[in-house]
Design a binder for this molecule. Structure first.
Ligand SMILES: [Zn+2]
Length: 170
């Protein structure tokens, strides 16, 4: 194994899937829906993926300010979807999201690996169905599953569903 340390920038952008709208972090996602990665050195701890994206673009975040999303997609790291806000802005933002009663608790989960695994593999929904719900093409949904390394699993599930359907119609 090579011990060459990749820069935070490399580690961030190598795990981002760019859609026409948002650029989605596909690595670790916290329970609150934000992307997260290590800063690199042990002592430096972890950083939210969108915060790191902002820092890499503009420099350090001023004390007391938060990096917030215009797009409301928490794992989005597209620099022009991010802006700085105060704690009050952040609270307002969170309160607004808390009021949204949709299926995904946060928009983060729309295209996260966890969301796709749950909806597609565990609940048995089709990619067409998921795509329609989020205003995407089914191709886009399948591309993203592929990006998450789920392609082989998709083939398996499809064959299983097809076999089941055939068995039911006979
Ligand atoms: Zn976005």
């Amino acid at each position: 194994m090579r011990a060459i340390k990749r820069t935070p920038s490399e580690r961030l952008w190598s795990r981002v899937v760019k859609t026409d709208e948002c650029w989605l972090w596909t690595g670790t996602i916290t329970t609150s829906g934000y992307g997260q990665l290590s800063r690199g050195r042990h002592a430096e701890g972890y950083v939210a993926a969108h915060r790191l994206a902002w820092e890499l673009t503009h420099g350090p975040v001023p004390t007391g300010l938060w990096v917030l999303h215009h797009c409301d997609v928490r794992n989005c790291v597209r620099p022009d979807h991010l802006f700085l806000g105060t704690t009050t802005d952040n609270m307002r933002d969170m309160a607004q999201k808390g009021r949204q009663r949709g299926h995904p608790p946060f928009k983060t989960h729309i295209l996260s690996r966890e969301y796709l695994v749950r909806e597609y593999f565990q609940r048995g929904r089709s990619s067409v169905d998921i795509a329609r719900e989020h205003g995407l093409s089914s191709r886009a949904v399948r591309d993203r599953m592929d990006a998450f390394g789920l392609k082989r699993d998709i083939g398996f599930i499809q064959r299983t569903r097809l076999a089941r359907r055939k068995a039911a119609s006979n």
